[in-house]
Design a protein around this ligand. Structure first.
Ligand SMILES: [Zn+2]
Ligand SMILES: [Zn+2]
Ligand SMILES: [Zn+2]
Ligand SMILES: [Zn+2]
Ligand SMILES: [Zn+2]
Ligand SMILES: [Zn+2]
Length: 438
């Protein structure tokens, strides 16, 4: 087989195919009779971009068997002879039509082996490139608006969009007028989008500013009272019952001359001078050691009170004040007097031993918790012309009476004393006992 080089490639392929088919037909059903081969030379066919080529060879015109170009005896296969397609050799892309915002563009490239081989490719649309939004209709707090933006590549490309109402943008409350206790104030919120949009609100009345004010001055013996008018409007502060609130002001009078006018080891009679017009008096008594107040008594209008069942040798204190019924029906009290110290008398003691001697006698007694003792003796039971020995030591428990008459009976008695704030308080005398001197 021999084909001119310029034959279309498809025709060459078909020919090769026919060669193979006829060969296969012979080799098929029955053993082919030996071919005497009539060989013709086939020129080399060069490969193209999309077309395979073929090496030079010999072909048998009878049986289509193929033989190598350099050795007629060497049979070859069709595959041995095929030269692969070369593929296109494209130049760089060239833009044929530019893409727009919405339309695709086109680019092409051609094969350097054959300019008729052209490759085309679409360039995708670029899309719009919009500038900043601009209002066409400005929205308000309550009305919607409209805005647009144009494409920077083509001002006729415009996009529009509705804008919702802005809504009010109210700021913080601002007090326009402050409340007083009698007039409501006002506060306002202003819309930042439009200052003519406002919300106003009345403010509650402010509290009265009450000031404690004396409405009736107390006197020495009578309570006064204070009320609470408002500094701004004068309205009186009311109590829970709806009446003006009043606070008692205590009477100012102080009782004078609180003193003891009679005392024993177990009782004291305390008196004070009357304060003219006083409704009554209170007196309080301390604990026996005088260190704290123990009990308060109402003396009513009396100007004295007797305290009984007290402790012997106690350093009691007393204080007195007046009272007066106040505006609320309660008792109001004047100031307490400065505490008056008034001891009860100390407990006495007794002679425990008496021994007569020559013109003398010796006495012993029971010691107690006092400052000292007084021992008294006389030749008569009523102690006329008696002599007294003072023992200034509580620990001493005996004494000797000397220079007495000889062979006489003496009556002897003893008492204790306590010195408090410079004053001596004596117990009662013990029962008298008799001793005879020699
Ligand atoms: Zn042949
Ligand atoms: Zn051939
Ligand atoms: Zn090509
Ligand atoms: Zn555009
Ligand atoms: Zn507004
Ligand atoms: Zn007021």
């Amino acid at each position: 087989m021999k084909y001119p080089k310029q034959l279309p490639a498809a025709l060459l392929l078909l020919t090769l195919l026919l060669c193979a088919v006829s060969f296969t037909a012979f080799a098929g059903d029955e053993p082919a009779p030996a071919c005497t081969h009539n060989l013709v030379f086939c020129q080399k066919v060069e490969p193209e971009c999309e077309q395979t080529g073929c090496l030079a060879h010999y072909c048998c015109t009878n049986c289509s068997a193929l033989f190598a170009a350099d050795d007629k005896q060497k049979q070859v296969s069709e595959a041995d002879l095929v030269l692969p397609a070369l593929g296109h050799l494209y130049s760089d892309w060239m833009q044929k039509k530019a893409a727009t915002c919405t339309e695709p563009g086109l680019r092409i490239r051609s094969c350097q082996r054959d300019l008729a081989h052209v490759d085309k490719q679409e360039i995708p649309p670029r899309g719009h490139s919009y500038g900043a939004w601009q209002y066409e209709v400005v929205p308000t707090c309550t009305e919607g608006g409209q805005r647009m933006h144009a494409c920077i590549r083509d001002a006729s490309h415009i996009e529009r969009e509705a804008v919702p109402p802005l809504g009010h943008a109210y700021g913080d409350w601002i007090t326009k007028k402050a409340s007083t206790c009698t007039a409501h104030g006002l506060r306002v919120r202003i819309c930042q989008n439009n200052t003519s949009h406002t919300i106003e609100q009345e403010l509650p009345l402010s509290e009265h500013s009450y000031v404690k004010t004396t409405a009736q001055q107390p006197t020495a013996v009578k309570a006064g009272y204070a009320e609470y008018p408002c500094r701004a409007c004068g309205a009186l502060k009311l109590a829970a019952d709806g009446k003006p609130e009043r606070t008692a002001l205590a009477p100012t009078g102080t009782v004078a001359a609180v003193k003891c006018n009679a005392r024993t080891a177990a009782a004291e009679s305390i008196t004070w001078s009357a304060l003219k017009g006083a409704q009554g008096y209170q007196i309080k008594i301390s604990t026996p050691d005088g260190k704290s107040w123990a009990k308060t008594y109402n003396a009513k209008t009396a100007t004295g009170l007797v305290f009984k069942n007290l402790k012997a040798g106690g350093t009691y204190k007393f204080s007195v004040r007046i009272y007066s019924k106040d505006v609320n029906g309660q008792w109001a009290f004047g100031p307490w007097t400065k505490a008056t110290t008034s001891p009860t008398l100390p407990a006495g003691t007794a002679v425990t031993k008496l021994v007569g001697g020559k013109k003398c006698f010796a006495a012993q007694w029971k010691r107690t918790n006092v400052t000292g003792y007084q021992l008294q003796y006389a030749t008569n039971g009523s102690f006329r012309g008696a002599k007294t020995i003072t023992i200034r030591n509580a620990l001493t428990y005996k004494a000797l009476a000397k220079n007495l008459l000889a062979n006489r009976a003496y009556c002897v008695r003893i008492r204790t004393y306590k010195t408090i704030a410079g004053a001596n308080y004596f117990s009662t005398w013990s029962k008298a006992v008799t001793v005879k001197t020699k």
